[in-house]
Design a protein. Structure first.
Length: 478
């Protein structure tokens, strides 16, 4: 294995010297490169693939933004940075980075304007009924758990999923526009350049990188800084097994080939801290269409474990991390609908008792869960998990069915949330919290805003917002 850190004295020939070297051209890398170039410094972007895009170009394109953006206002929704902050602080997992969240919420309105200024179009129409990318080209959706328990009591809800104007999957459009903006900026792009090492002075300063280009190494000097924007590590089996053994069980890995943790490992080799490496976004998209939120999710003990109207990213985390990936969505004949995403029916029964037997649940468990649920549902109530009344109705019409939501036999979509520890200016920190001079990072290569309890759009929002900040601070370093 080649060393991930090289001493500058080993470099016989620098092939090129620039001010800022950005490694990886996804959404975070594009944002970093644009801001560095616009600050007037010589900027080069290395991309291991034949062109930019990364996972960002495969994505739904949803950006989690708010605080009263022009799009929210045009669609008739009231929001404020404070309400957005309260929601994100409550929903983004245990101990999210408060300083980053604060800046993100305060800067969100201006960041939306910046995204629009890069040529990304948004149609000023709200789409009701999906949790994430809509089937139309409408611009605003709910993309988290803002409207439901317990968050609607903590912060005034507002839809914050900002979707570029392309039906179904807007990530390709977002990246076409961002890469085009980079191409027409002063920044240069070097495709087919895989960064394999950082160059670091013995005193800790990162002064360049080594890239492999068709089997040959090129040494690139970076006078002001190197910015790692290489994505997460969902496609690195070893890292997943070490940090997230439960996630190894998820069949659908949400990430391009480049999400192999290379940037995180380069940073660690240079002395960086990596945090929240056990955090993942786990989507269990079984309540799309929303009518299926009227079903109940039960575990291997036949017990409910969450309000089913929560965002499906929350359902997945609760099912996998807290219930061992044993879950079924139980519906009756009235509530039954085909889920939008493929999902098998695990069992059907003429009565709750028969369904329970078919699912091999403990005798009486599902029966009593349904009896309790139905007793309160008669009055539109859910005193146990506080599901919204619009999704609460008794499940009494046979036959009863259960959608398979077990991890091994159904669709769980997973990607990693942890990574390099960075400050709000994108400076990569060591385990003592000290910046490693000359080393910056953004996007999924870092531990981002959400460290659990994901809302859709936080990756692209976080990556572009803090990518821009990293680009500016690297450019400003003398
Ligand atoms: C199907 C799907 C839907 C999604 N929907 C959404 C959504 O709607 N909203 C949202 O916020 N998130 C969504 N996500 C998640 C989101 O797309 C990613 O988390 C996000 O794009 C990460 O951005 P990034 O810039 O950090 O990394 P990437 O976009 O992955 O970019 C990293 C780039 O670095 C390159 N690279 C990697 N290693 C090296 C190296 N050593 N040298 C040089 N180059 C390197 C890669 O080739 C890649 O081009 C979705 C993901 C998928 C797959």
């Amino acid at each position: 294995m080649t060393a991930r850190v090289r001493d500058p004295r080993e470099i016989r020939h620098w092939h090129e010297a620039v001010d800022v070297l950005v490694v990886g051209l996804g959404a975070a890398g594009a944002a970093a490169a644009l801001e560095a170039a616009r600050a007037g410094v010589d900027t080069l972007v290395l991309e291991r693939a034949g062109g930019g895009g990364g996972t960002s170009a495969m994505s739904g394109g949803v950006l989690y933004l708010g605080g009263g953006t022009a799009l929210q206002k045009a669609c008739g929704f009231d929001d404020s940075p404070e309400e957005m902050f309260k929601y994100l602080m409550a929903s983004c997992g245990e101990s999210p980075d408060e300083a980053k969240l604060r800046l993100y919420c305060e800067g969100s309105v201006a960041h939306y304007e910046w995204v629009v200024a890069q040529g990304v179009p948004f149609k000023e129409v709200y789409y009701h009924g999906v949790s994430g990318e809509p089937p139309t080209d409408d611009g605003l959706v709910w993309s988290g758990s803002e409207r439901v328990h317990p968050f609607h009591q903590i912060a005034r809800p507002a839809p914050r999923g900002h979707v570029p104007q392309l039906p179904n999957q807007a990530g390709p459009l977002l990246m076409r526009k961002l890469v085009a903006a980079v191409e027409s900026s002063a920044a240069r792009i070097a495709a087919n350049h895989r960064c394999v090492a950082l160059v670091q002075e013995p005193d800790g300063r990162v002064v360049g990188a080594v890239a492999e280009v068709f089997g040959e190494e090129r040494a690139l000097r970076a006078r002001r800084g190197v910015i790692l924007t290489t994505g997460g590590f969902i496609n690195n089996e070893e890292m997943i097994a070490a940090h997230q053994p439960l996630v190894s069980r998820c069949s659908f890995r949400v990430g391009a080939e480049g999400d192999d943790g290379s940037g995180i490992r380069l940073g660690i080799a240079a002395g960086a801290d990596a945090i929240h490496m056990d955090a993942s976004s786990i989507s269990l998209p079984v309540t799309q269409p929303w009518g299926l939120k009227r079903g109940i999710l039960v575990n291997a003990q036949g017990q409910r474990f969450i309000n089913e109207d929560a965002y499906y990213g929350r359902l997945g985390e609760a099912a996998l991390f807290h219930n061992g990936g044993h879950a079924w969505l139980v519906v009756d004949d009235e509530v039954f609908e085909r889920p939008d995403y493929p999902r098998d029916i695990a069992a059907v029964g003429g009565s709750p008792a028969e369904l329970e037997r078919e699912l091999a649940l403990p005798p009486g468990s599902l029966e009593s869960t349904l009896a309790l649920y139905n007793r309160h549902a008669e009055r539109g109530d859910d005193p146990v998990f506080h599901k919204l009344p619009e999704y609460v109705r008794p499940l009494v019409a046979p036959p009863f069915g259960a959608f398979d939501c077990t991890t091994e036999r159904s669709l769980y979509a997973a990607f990693t949330l942890g990574g390099l520890r960075s400050d709000p200016d994108g400076r990569v920190l060591d385990p003592d919290g000290q910046p490693i001079p000359g080393l910056f990072a953004a996007g999924r290569a870092t531990s981002g805003l959400s460290v659990g309890g994901y809302s859709s759009g936080l990756s692209l929002g976080d990556g572009t917002f803090f990518g821009r900040r990293a680009g500016r601070s690297a450019a400003a370093r003398s």
